[in-house]
Design a protein around this ligand. Structure first.
Ligand code: SAH
Length: 368
């Protein structure tokens, strides 16, 4: 036995090797999910009344009959990891266990992937340009070892430019995919954020500027829920120039490091986690200049991960730290409360309040 293994008893050896393999194989979880979404299996299940056998799914999705045994195995893998539920034919009340077909049904997770409702958001997120997303992580070790480039990001190593926004400026198709994916995700998140306590954050405001607001999805949702809030969306030129404009919000192209249009409050949704502390402080200072005083209801509203907040659930905890690995590629950070507080104080804010009401993300109100 090699060093390290000789101190392990049988149980530890078996458990340990399963743990290691589980990590290695987890890459296939995302590929299985991506494949199921690409084949529109959640939508097919939905059309079939929410539950169906693999044979019915094969028919509904139009796949070649030779793929049936493979489809069963794809469905089984995704059922074990909680994307679908599998009920074996025998248990489902079919006495003839030999010919009993397993029935698969939708779970709350796969209902989000059905495709004909706003929450189909998530399937849009899973599809675009995988090579611009996860493939660069095959170079993570190389990036760690690289001694030449202080400051070069993993994104730069993979794509030649520092950030997705720079790539988007040069590559129109990539720009559109990126903006659409953000907009889809935002539809889902704002739907929840505007309910209950989350809605109270925006109620009563007179005006709001959504900094790095993309296509304006969040601003439009806020303006719809609270028609008295005058909303402005600010983003880079390449984003604003193709944002769909229904006239309900105002669009302004600019650079938030230079200046932010004035409003009573500012929203920063999924923006600050893409930047270093130093850059966040710069952007937050511009926001502080743009908003009203505290007495006049001025505040910055941040929607982002606060690591360690939210339900103590493995999916939530892992999503928070895996997102952190993801944004590492552009020199961004998913911050815990202590790290957020540090940049708020440095940017001249006096106080903040965290509401961990968005699953793996939180709403933070920051007061001048
Ligand atoms: N808030 C949106 C988009 C988040 S993605 C949403 O939640 O859906 C981050 C956004 O920041 C992108 O739209 C990007 O174009 C924008 N951005 C990047 N650098 C910026 C800058 N210097 N000034 C303003 N916006 C910027």
């Amino acid at each position: 036995m090699s060093q390290g293994q000789d101190e392990l008893n049988t149980e530890d050896l078996l458990h340990g090797s399963a743990q290691v393999l589980h990590h290695f194989m987890s890459s296939l979880k995302s590929q299985a999910l991506r494949c199921a979404c690409g084949l529109a299996i959640p939508a097919a299940l939905h059309r079939l009344g929410g539950a169906a056998t693999a044979a019915a799914l094969l028919d509904e999705t139009g796949l070649h009959p030779s793929r049936l045994p493979y489809l069963r195995r794809l469905m089984r893998a995704l059922a074990v990891s909680g994307i679908f539920v599998a009920v074996s034919g025998a248990t489902a009340g079919n006495d003839d266990a030999g010919s009993a077909e397993t029935v698969y049904s939708l779970t709350p997770a796969s209902r989000l992937l059905v495709g004909d409702r706003p929450s189909s958001a998530m399937s849009a997120m899973l599809n675009p340009r995988p090579e611009a997303g996860f493939a660069m992580f095959f170079k993570l070790e190389e990036w760690f070892r690289d001694k030449s480039g202080a400051g070069g990001t993993l994104f730069k190593m993979a794509h030649g430019v520092t950030s997705p926004w720079e790539l988007a400026r040069e590559d129109g198709a990539y720009n559109t995919v990126l903006n659409k994916a953000s907009a889809a995700d935002t539809t889902l998140v704002m739907d929840v954020a505007l309910r209950g306590r989350g809605g109270d954050v925006f109620r009563g405001l007179t005006s709001l500027v959504d900094v790095g607001g993309g296509y304006g999805t969040a601003a439009v949702a806020i303006a719809r829920a609270f028609p008295h809030v005058k909303c402005t969306v600010m983003d880079l030129q390449q984003v604003i120039s193709e944002a769909p404009d229904d006239g309900s919000v105002q669009f302004v192209a600019g650079d938030a490091f230079e200046s932010v249009p004035p409003a009573q409050a500012a929203l920063l949704k999924n923006v600050l986690d893409c930047w270093s502390d130093e850059d966040c402080v710069k952007m937050l200072r511009q926001c502080k200049k743009a908003i009203a005083t505290r007495d006049a209801g001025g505040k910055v509203v941040i929607i982002n991960v606060v690591v360690g907040q939210g339900a103590n659930d493995v999916a939530i905890r892992e999503t928070q730290v895996l997102y952190d690995m993801y944004v590492m590629s552009v020199d961004g950070i998913e911050r815990d409360e202590h790290e957020w507080r540090k940049i708020f104080l440095e940017a001249g804010f006096s106080d903040y309040r965290i509401m961990p009401i968005l699953g793996y993300q939180s709403i933070i109100e920051v007061f001048p």
